[in-house]
Design a protein around this ligand. Sequence first.
Ligand code: OOG
Ligand code: MG
Length: 269
Amino acid sequence: MTTHVETVASSIDEIAAQIDAAQRTGEPIEQFGEALSLDAAYQVQARLLRLRQQRGEQLTGAKLGFTSEAKMAQMGVDEIIVGFLTDEMHLRSGESLQLTGFVHPRVEPEVAFRLSRDVAPGTTARELVASVDAIAPALEVIDSRYRDFRFSLSDVVADNTSAACYVLGDWKRFRRDIDGLAVSLFADGRIVETGSTSDILGHPVRALERLAGMLTTARYSLPAGSVVLAGAATAAVAASTASRITALIAELGQVELCIQGNEAEGAAE
Ligand code: OOG
Ligand code: MG
């Protein structure tokens, strides 16, 4: 006889397997909706991380979501969420994004922090901020595995907060006075979104402080050298609309992503 606990555990594994398959094939799935609690969604996310680690991927950091009004308004979700990053998601400078294999990727500008020490659940906000040694402009590629890029809070948490890839600009020494810096997103040289680093919870360092409390929920430790993405200051743009997307953050610099596949529309592969 199966107990209730076993049934719940197997449905977490089952949901994780479905999301993992959607991520690997680029075939979208239906939302889970009300059936999935937020706690179960974080368990699904932890299971997804284990599946990726079993395939040899390494945890390289964490990302926050919905830390700006622009993102909350774009997606209709208004609670801060956390997801994980792995080495496979890291696109090196000069590497292009291949659109094949994604469902409907979008790109957004991010502030990235680097941790100089291991950070485990239970670390205080003050300790976490004190462990940061560098900051960089970044781009995040998000790709919801759900049909039509629509989800509830639990759906998006289970789907590792839509995390797909990230690109980092050059690291600079960490400093705290990084609020009020202009953020611009360009698609093929045209400005498509603008904002300010203050749009991230009033100050990007607040995103770090929030992460401290969320590691317990997320159930993982971050190794020294980990990257933390603070959450986009502006709405995201569809990757299919440009062959080059650039984020520029005043005083931090710029970071660029080339996208392959747009020009191949209709061409025989
Ligand atoms: C969820 C991910 C949100 C951010 O920066 O706010 C996020 C999504 O928009 O699909 O990464
Ligand atoms: Mg993001």
